[in-house]
Ligand binder design. Structure first.
Ligand code: 8YV
Length: 311
């Protein structure tokens, strides 16, 4: 038996398979002895796996992350200890791109306030001036982060005949040729876009990338979509930009902090739609993610190379 620490429960479907190979210990109730005995950590995104945690687990052979983003794992500390880190690239792209488009349409067409209105007393008759939104079709979409998810967003946006801009740490001539996306500096992308979609990883370079100065460059009609990580955006600056209508709306699948405190002023604004970090939350994607997470975990426990190791 190889003990593993999980930061969250496993879906029931995977329990028998996993329990046949491992003793499961849950992070919240794990004792010092459990940490000391654990050979693997199965990490979900919201628990930080830092050097201190690794040192509590002297027998650790593998950290397997359920998801792509590994910003919550100290990769240097893991490398220094010779602990491989696995993640699940590829399988979250379609679902996350789908939700990007869902939030784009929902914010542009004011779906959440419209739903509330349609259920309320005020809706007494059709009114052509009611809840006028923005046309997505033919608008300009600026994608920040032209990785696998960004490319999937572009692919979907083509169906809306959108003009597609992107900003990335490196140029992507392959994506430019295949998807017709045009490279822009960050400033130019912010100035030209009707929708700005954040689909980048959280790194030192992207932390706080969108703040007051960036909102000032955006169109007052612009809509921000964040499917990346909350920390890419300065939350206070975002709140002020939405409150003061420096931008029109935001669709956020991630926030900083996450969740926002229940009395956070951002939660009182009607021009923001927030989903609770659901980018990859479809049955099919979750299933594949867990399969890949367990493949990495078991390979690490067996001393084999991980099928998807973060380098
Ligand atoms: C996960 C994600 O749900 O893959 C990612 O980076 O943000 C999500 O797909 C999250 O990591 C929790 O495990």
């Amino acid at each position: 038996m190889k003990d593993i620490i999980l930061t969250d429960p496993l879906p029931e479907f995977f329990l028998p398979h996993t329990q046949a190979r491992c003793e499961l210990r849950y992070f919240d109730s794990a004792t010092d002895a459990d940490f000391a005995a654990s050979r693997g950590i199965l990490a979900y995104g919201h628990v930080t796996i830092d050097a201190e945690m690794m040192d509590r687990c002297p027998q650790l052979q593998v950290i397997s992350n359920h998801g792509v983003g590994v910003d919550h794992i100290d990769l240097q500390a893991a490398a220094a200890r010779g602990i491989p880190v696995g993640n699940t690239p590829g399988c979250v792209d379609a679902a996350t791109a789908d939700l990007t488009i869902a939030l784009m349409l929902a914010t542009a067409r004011k779906l959440v306030v419209s739903d509330a209105f349609a259920r309320g007393e005020e809706f007494t008759r059709y009114n052509p001036a009611l809840l006028i939104g923005q046309e997505v079709t033919g608008s300009t979409l600026g994608i920040i982060g032209m990785g696998r998810i960004g490319c999937e967003v572009a692919r979907r946006a083509q169906a809306f005949q959108m003009r597609l801009l992107y900003h990335n740490r490196t140029r992507r001539p392959d994506a430019e040729a295949e998807l017709g996306v045009q490279y822009r500096s960050l400033d130019d992308l912010l100035q030209e876009s009707d929708f700005v979609s954040l689909n980048c990883p959280l790194t030192p370079e992207t932390t706080g990338m969108i703040g007051a100065a960036e909102f000032a460059k955006m169109k007052s009609s612009a809509i921000l979509l964040n499917l990346a990580r909350g920390q890419v955006v300065d939350t206070q600056a975002l709140y002020e930009a939405l409150r003061d209508e420096k931008i029109q709306a935001a669709g956020l699948d991630v926030t900083d902090p996450e969740p926002l405190p229940r009395d956070h002023p951002l939660l009182r604004l009607s021009n923001v739609i927030i989903t609770p970090h659901l980018g990859s939350a479809t049955g099919r994607t979750r299933h594949t993610m867990m399969q890949r997470t367990l493949e990495n975990l078991f390979a690490g426990l067996d001393g084999q190379p991980l099928p998807n190791e973060v380098k």
